[in-house]
Every structure is written in C-alpha cells, then in structure tokens.
Design a binder for this molecule. Structure first.
Ligand SMILES: CCCCCCCCCCCCCCCCCCCCCC(=O)SCCNC(=O)CCNC(=O)[C@H](O)C(C)(C)COP(=O)(O)OP(=O)(O)OC[C@H]1O[C@@H](n2cnc3c(N)ncnc32)[C@H](O)[C@@H]1OP(=O)(O)O
Ligand SMILES: Cc1cc2nc3c(=O)[nH]c(=O)nc-3n(C[C@H](O)[C@H](O)[C@H](O)COP(=O)(O)OP(=O)(O)OC[C@H]3O[C@@H](n4cnc5c(N)ncnc54)[C@H](O)[C@@H]3O)c2cc1C
Length: 669
C-alpha cells in the first residue's frame, strides 16, 4: 500500500516504474516486520486523517498559540489513546506521527523511566500508576544554568533534616537554577530533580528526588518554588512548542521517601547507605534516551532524504544543446554523490538503531540478574552512536535543504523546521563532543588492557586481533574488489584500531594520563568516530546476513551498505592513508566503485524512499509530496501566508505611503 494522501496524478509514476525491487518487501525490511509496517501505517493514517493534528500553519503561529496548540494535540492524542485502547507500541507511534515536541515526550521518555530505573518497588507502585493515568505530569530536571555536561558539578542541594524526616531542596546560587528541562516551564506538576544529597554534614553527590512543583488543584507553583519558560528557541515552529523551563527552590521540603532509593538510601536517622550496584546506574535514564535518539535519527534523516529525492526527480534544470527536455536534477552526478550517501546513511542508522535497542534490552536483562559487566559497553555504544548519528543527521538535513535549491529554504518545504527541531539533538542528552570523549576513554582503557592479555568482547572484540590488524595491507586490486564485505571490514577495523593505538601511545608519552588525554582530545574524538563508524558498517553487514525476503530487496540493501561504507572511506581518506590501511590507488578505486554504485541506485531512488512509507502529513513538505505535484502546491501554499490575507499590507498607511508621497527636499535630487 502506498502512502498517498496527495492528488490524483502521480508525477513520479515513471520513477516508480524503474525500480528493480519489491517496494512492499522493502517496507518490511525497513520497519522490521510485517506487523511493524501495519501498525506504523495505521497510526500514521489515524493522525493524518484527524483535523486536530493539522500542522500546515504551525510555523505561522505565535509562541503562545503554538504552545496552546501543543497542549490541545497532546490532550487529544491521549483521548484517542484511551478511546481506542491503543497498546504502548501504538501510542508511542501516535506520538511520533503527531510530530510536535511537547511535555509528553519528557513525561513518558524520562520522568517515568527515571522512576522505574531508580525508584524502589514501593516508590514505583506509588508514582508510576499516577503518571500512567496522567494524574500527574512529570519532567526530568537535571541541567542547571551553570552546569549541564558536568553532572557531578550540579549545585542544587537536598539536605536531610532528621527532625522532620524531610529533605530540604534548595537552589543556593543563580547558576544552580534548573534550566532547560522540557515540560518544566508550564506543564509539569512534578519533576525528578537531581541534587547533591547532604546528610549528617556530608555531601554524597548527585541523587534523584521526586518533587511536586505545582498545585494539582489550580496548577499554581507551590510555596518556595519559582518557575517559568526560558524563552524562544531557534527557528519558527520547531522546538518552540516545548516549554523548556527554569526552576528555583527556596528551602522546599519533601518527605524522605521522595528520594529515589533503589541505588542508595538515607535511613530515618539520616545514615547514608549505598547498595552494591554501580553508581553509574544513576545515569540510566540518559542511556535509555540516547538509545531512542539513535532510532529517531534514522526517522529524521529518512524524512529529509525522502523530500530531497522526490523533489530532485521532479526538478529540472538545463537541457540538451538541441533544445530538448531539461534534465532532472537527480540525474546530475554531483546531486547523486551528495544525496545517495545520505539515503544509504538513513538505512544504516535504521539498522544500527534496531541493534542498539536489542543491546539495551539485553543489558537491562543482565542488570536485573545483577550482572553489570556489559554496562561500560552499553554506555560507550549509546553515547557514541547518539553522537555520530545525530551530528551526521543534522548536517544531512541542511544538505537536503541545499539539494532542494531555493525552494528548500521555504518553510513549506518542511526542511527548515525539521532542521530547527532536530539540531538540538547534537546537544541534549549529552553534548556530542563530551559523549565522544567518553567513548575515547573506553577505547583507551580497552587498548591498555590488551597488553595484559585481556580479550576484548562485544564491539571491541576486533581489537583482540591486534597482531594482524596493526600490520595488514589491503589486498584490493580493482574497483570491484571493494564489493567484498571482508575487504571493507578489514580496513575499517585496521583504521579504528591503529588510530586508537596511536592515541594510546601518544598519551603514554605525556607527564600524566590526564594531561595526555586532554592534549590529545582532538585526535581521540576522531578515533572514537572511527570506532563508531565501524560499528555502524558492521551492523549493516550483519543485517545483510539475516533472512531478507522480497524480489531485489537484498541487492538494494547491499548496494546501500557498500555506498555507506565506501562513502565514509572516501570522506575520511586521510585517516585510512595516514594509518597505512590503504594506498592512494586503493582510495581512488573505492571512489570509482562508489560512482558505479550511484548509477545502480539512480533508477531505484524514488522507490527506496517510498519504502519509508511516510504519509504526506508526516513529511509536511510540498516538495516531498508522494504524487510529485510540486508546483501547484508551492503556488497554493504561498497564498496561505498571513501576509497575503490583504492585498495592501498593514503598515502601508503609516510607513509606505508617506515615503512614496514625500516631497523631495534635496535640491540635488
Ligand atoms: C501523545 C501521548 C503519547 C504517549 C505514549 C508513550 C510515548 C513514549 C514516549 C517516549 C519518548 C522518548 C523521546 C524522548 C525525547 C527526548 C527529548 C530530549 C530531551 C533531552 C533531555 C536532556 O538533555 S536530559 C540531560 C542530559 N544530560 C546529559 O546527558 C549530561 C551529560 N553528562 C554525563 O552524562 C556525565 O556527566 C559524563 C559526561 C558521562 C561524565 O560523568 P562523570 O562525571 O560521572 O565522570 P566520568 O567521565 O569520570 O565517569 C565515571 C565512570 O562512569 C562511566 N559512565 C559515565 N556515564 C555512564 C553511563 N551513562 N552509564 C554507564 N557508565 C557511565 C564512565 O565510563 C566512567 O567509567 P570508568 O571509571 O570505568 O572509566
Ligand atoms: C532543546 C533542549 C532540550 C533539553 N532538555 C533537557 C531536559 O529535559 N532536562 C535536562 O535536564 N536538560 C535538558 N537539556 C540540557 C542539555 O542536556 C544540556 O544542554 C546538554 O547536556 C549540554 O550541556 P551544556 O549545555 O552544559 O553544554 P556545555 O557543556 O556548556 O557545552 C559548551 C561547549 O563546551 C564543550 N565542552 C564541555 N565540556 C567539555 C569537555 N570536557 N571537553 C571538551 N569540550 C567540552 C562542548 O563540546 C560545547 O562545545 C536540554 C537542552 C536542549 C538544547
């Protein structure tokens, strides 16, 4: 079934007819199962057909109107979820297709997971049902005006008072004001607040506390609490639907049992007791969300690519000398070499996101059984993949805007808003550089353990092959040799390992480990990126080993996988050459092969984006319409702008007319 909600004529029918594969089967490969295709399709259509979820005028709304519209949509979504008795999977998809950031994201995405992950069973029994019924609305209040990345540097205090069996939550300085939490500004009634726990005169560092912020009767802030929105953000529409907030506490008292006590407890007497679980589990909610952000990266990227591919097939510029028809811009090799790697990346991120979800579930099961051994790997993978996929996706959305020429700059193309809503993903849930440095630390630790004979496992298992990978030379002789997965994997592994080992050796020459790490941090970032790119390439190859059904589907995915890997090789040629993994000639052969692969993708490009199965409502782009009827839609859209409500603009009488009617006063004019 095609995701049409556009017009009658299919201007892209010719493009669709040239596809060499079964699009419906590709939809299954993309979504993960036939069931997933069906649920996605049903939820997307449910949203698209409901007038409350319209978003075509969103960028023209004022901040207040936009926020109210978000409240309306969230309440309506909840009503539909309850009425239709949607499952959690369906409800989550409904939220996704409503496509408007709002307090519910933080309520479900962070507040509830924080209580589930850090609360005792008793605390979960008390708070989770209320949150599930929306009797309370929660947010995740960690970041402060003065500190975000450095969680251990937060300043808010929660001091235990044994006389009343309460914690006193306080913001001692301006910089300790909570700043940024989504949903905090106007909607939330409660928050999980991260604060320094002080008891019996000692500071035990950061812990989570459930704090009520607003009255459940009239929504006014409770005594001692100052609350507000932190102000307008980048772009029109976009993330301005979210009430990111500021919060200050003036000696606010909460019962002792509102400290989240799964990891550590404070007794009635005020004694601090730490359980035998690693203290990093305090960061568990962030790990969970980073994993969902990787899955979301493929959504955002595929959306931008879908728009750019369809429009590039419609848009024509220049023609034959003989005055023949103009050329579709998609036929230009430059357009292909900019666009097809992004198409391939969308598929790559989709599959690595699927794998990461599996890894996360596996780690959670192990944690339940008190096996904490895979926690560092889970942290490194979520942090690294979050960083690499969001940075590349943000860049890619902007590239798609440029690929759409001037029209890409119009709000009606959908790309400006998509970009504005997406870019903060490079910052929230951990700044991408800070997170890559975490990966680098993990890599340096792994390298240092190699000497002691400890065999690395999981995504660093390749490092165990150090003898071979440090000296191997690629055997690629022809462009076609680059189609061999083993040839690609070998050079990606050798590059990642050699970069990590180089860093480790250079760090060891520094006066101290810390100084060396700091001095080498730009190189460490690149080393971390190389490791993460290897993971993505490897997971794509592993996906191809699975049972993939449908005419031509596997072949298309193989092409995309090769494009993804060879594009990275081309982009980071300096790494591969300087580490001696390949020769300049082999680099040139990879580029030659890339060109051939682009030619194979060309007739399939439109069908490959159709396989994302997006409705026109979700894409919200006149350029990315399923039917390709771009020009009438662009033309009609312009007339909807509030500026066109009147022929003569507001301000004509005051500012334009006097100017035009002025008497010339300058003699020389
Ligand atoms: C319609 C209704 C529908 C309803 C239906 C239902 C709908 C359902 C809806 C669902 C919607 C979902 C959508 C969500 C949307 C989200 C939106 C975005 C929101 C954004 C939120 C945020 O933006 S929220 C704040 C995030 N703010 C950070 O992200 C701070 C980063 N900053 C750090 O994270 C730490 O500050 C940093 C740097 C590690 C240093 O940590 P540190 O100071 O402790 O120091 P060290 O670096 O020394 O680490 C010491 C040792 O801990 C190890 N380690 C560190 N972290 C670890 C970890 N996580 N796990 C394990 N181990 C870890 C490390 O590897 C070391 O290990 P070792 O000692 O062995 O080497
Ligand atoms: C849209 C949005 C929504 C958010 N939602 C929430 C929320 O719901 N709840 C919440 O608690 N927080 C939220 N945040 C806050 C967010 O998590 C932080 O902004 C983020 O973690 C980055 O921290 P920071 O702002 O302190 O950046 P900083 O750390 O101040 O970064 C500034 C610069 O310094 C660099 N830098 C910092 N440390 C290092 C280092 N060690 N080495 C090298 N370079 C470094 C960074 O790379 C960056 O270039 C949100 C933020 C945004 C933008």
């Amino acid at each position: 079934m095609a995701a049409v909600d556009g017009g009658e004529v299919d201007h892209l029918a010719g493009e669709r007819a040239t596809a060499h594969f079964d699009v419906d089967a590709m939809k299954v490969a993309w979504a993960g199962s036939r069931h997933a295709v069906e649920v996605n399709d049903r939820m997307a259509r449910l949203v698209a057909s409901d007038p409350v979820f319209r978003k075509d005028t969103r960028t023209m709304l004022s901040r207040k109107e936009l926020f109210k519209d978000t409240l309306k949509k969230a309440a309506h979504a909840w009503k539909r979820i309850v009425e239709l008795r949607l499952t959690e999977e369906e409800a989550n998809l409904l939220r996704l297709y409503v496509d408007q950031p709002g307090y519910v994201d933080l309520h479900w995405g962070m507040f509830v997971p924080a209580i589930k992950g850090q609360g005792t069973e008793e605390q979960q029994k008390k708070w989770v049902p209320m949150a599930y019924k929306f009797q309370i609305i929660g947010c995740y209040a960690q970041t402060e005006l003065g500190h975000g990345s450095n969680v251990q540097g937060l300043e808010t205090t929660a001091t235990f008072d044994p006389n009343t069996d309460e914690f006193v939550v306080h913001s001692p300085t301006l910089t300790s004001s909570k700043w940024w939490p989504g949903g905090l500004g106007k909607a939330s009634t409660h928050a999980v607040v991260y604060a320094r726990l002080i008891t019996q005169g000692k500071d035990y560092g950061i812990h989570g506390f459930i704090v009520q912020l607003r009255s459940l009767d009239d929504h006014s802030p409770l005594p001692g609490i100052t609350l507000g929105d932190i102000g307008g953000k980048f772009g029109s529409g976009a993330y301005n639907s979210m009430d990111n907030g500021v919060l200050r506490f003036d000696h606010v008292r909460i019962p002792r049992d509102q400290m989240l006590m799964r990891l550590s407890q404070v007794t009635r007497e005020g004694k601090y007791v730490h359980s035998d679980v690693p203290k990093q589990l305090l960061y568990g909610t962030m790990v969970y969300v980073r994993q969902t952000i990787v899955a979301d990266a493929s959504k955002a990227l595929s959306r931008a690519v879908c728009i750019a591919v369809r429009y590039s097939a419609i848009r024509k510029q220049f023609g034959s000398q003989a005055g023949g028809p103009e050329t579709q811009v998609l036929n230009y090799k430059t357009q292909q070499s900019r666009l097809f790697p992004l198409l391939a990346s969308a598929y790559a991120y989709r599959f690595v996101g699927e794998w990461l979800k599996w890894l996360y579930t596996d780690v959670m099961q192990k944690l339940e059984a008190k096996d904490y051994s895979t926690l560092p790997e889970a942290h490194a993978c979520t942090a690294g993949l979050k960083s690499v996929t969001t940075s590349a996706t943000a860049d890619a959305i902007e590239e798609c805007r440029k690929l759409c020429g001037g029209h890409g700059y119009l709000n009606s193309s959908g790309l400006p808003e998509l970009f504005a809503v997406y870019v903060p993903a490079c910052t929230y849930e951990g700044d991408n550089v800070v997170l890559l440095l975490q990966v680098a630390r993990f890599l340096m630790k792994t390298v240092s353990q190699l000497a002691s004979g400890k065999q690395p496992v999981g995504t660093t298992a390749y490092m165990g092959n150090i003898q071979y990978l440090m000296q191997c030379k690629s055997a690629v002789n022809t462009a076609g040799d680059w189609l061999n997965p083993a040839a690609i994997k070998e050079v990606f592994e050798a590059r990642a390992l050699r970069m990590a080992v180089n860093c480790a050796q250079n760090i060891s020459k520094a006066p101290s480990q810390e100084e060396g790490f700091s001095e080498l941090s730009p190189d460490l970032l690149e080393s971390a990126v190389a490791h993460v790119q290897l993971i993505i390439v490897t997971k794509f190859f592993e996906k191809l080993q699975q049972d993939i059904i449908g005419h031509g589907v596997k072949e298309q995915l193989q092409n995309l996988c090769n494009i993804y890997a060879l594009f990275l090789l081309h982009k980071h040629l300096g790494d591969f050459l300087s580490t001696g993994c390949i020769t300049p000639k082999q680099g040139a052969l990879a580029n030659e092969q890339l060109g051939r692969l682009y030619a194979q993708v060309r007739p399939n490009a439109v069908a490959l984006v159709d396989a994302f199965d997006y409705t026109d409502h979700y894409l919200s782009s006149v350029l990315g319409r399923y039917d390709g009827d771009v020009y009438p839609a662009l033309y009609a859209e312009a007339w909807k702008d509030p500026l066109n409500e009147t022929v003569i603009p507001d301000g004509y009488q005051e500012h334009l007319r006097p100017l035009l009617k002025q008497q010339l006063k300058f003699s020389r004019l």
